[in-house]
Ligand binder design. Structure first.
Ligand code: APR
Length: 231
């Protein structure tokens, strides 16, 4: 039975791939209002602005490549039973080789019917525009979870945290619930680390590993693969 690891990521794990975070300087929520581009109300009043916001982000994702953190996380699968639980909507974990990824907030490379959430389509192009319709002739929207909408995989994610013996949380401000509350589902006895570039609120029972994901995560993985705790 291989040891279970949960890797819990936020926008910071993709920062060194050139993708913006949300709350750092220059982040999305310093440029856009959440209400206008990431809420059902924004979609209702100006869908074209919402589509433009995600079309821009999707192009950035398609131009980006996995960084050393994504690659190191994927390498863990050679020795451990790994589940990546991510708040991110990019596909960089999958492109790095991770095979068990839960996207709590959806996936930007998928489109979804705006009337039937079960109708999900993998995008073949990099844009969704007004007039792009689902098979029920309704407007397509990004298959992402907007503020006020139900977050996905929460039960499975909580169970994964509760059964993991190692937990590595990377690049998240833990600002958005219910996702942020998952860190408290980990066992007291689990080995738990929080990777952040500067001192941040570190969840109870987690050891802060200060530094950027692309530097710190490969170090943690190297130690774990050698059967050691990160020093
Ligand atoms: N390496 C590690 N961490 C980093 C790096 C880096 N190179 N660069 C930034 N960070 C950290 C920041 O210090 C910050 O704590 O990543 C975190 C990013 O925080 P947010 O921008 O709030 O992103 P996130 O926590 O993923 O946001 C959660 O909020 O708006 C919603 O749906 C959105 O999924 C998102 C959720």
């Amino acid at each position: 039975m291989r040891e279970k690891i949960v890797v819990f990521t936020g926008a910071g794990v993709s920062a060194e791939s050139g993708l913006k975070t949300f709350r750092d300087m220059g982040g999305y929520w310093h440029q856009y209002s959440i209400e206008s581009v990431a809420s059902p109300a924004g979609w209702k009043t100006h869908p074209e602005a919402v589509l433009a916001f995600y079309n821009e982000r999707r192009k950035d994702v398609l131009r980006a490549s996995p960084n050393a953190a994504h690659l190191a996380i994927a390498a863990l699968e050679t020795r451990f039973d790994v589940v990546v639980i991510t708040q991110n909507i990019d596909d960089l974990h999958e492109r790095a080789g991770s095979t068990n990824v839960m996207h709590l907030h959806g996936e930007i490379l998928n489109a979804r019917s705006s009337v039937d959430p079960s109708l999900i389509y993998r995008l073949k192009s990099d844009v969704i525009d007004i007039g792009h319709l689902c098979e029920q002739n309704s407007q397509l929207r990004p298959d992402v979870v907007w503020f006020g909408e139900a977050v996905r995989f929460m039960d499975e994610a909580a169970m994964a945290f509760a059964s993991a013996s190692k937990v590595l949380t990377i690049g998240t401000s833990l600002s958005v619930y219910p996702a942020a509350g998952l860190v408290d589902e980990a066992k007291t006895s689990a080995e738990k680390y929080f990777v952040a570039p500067e001192y941040e609120y570190t969840p109870l029972g987690y050891r802060l590993l200060r530094g950027s994901a692309a530097v710190v995560v490969p170090h943690v993985v190297k130690c774990w693969m050698a059967g050691r705790k990160p020093c």
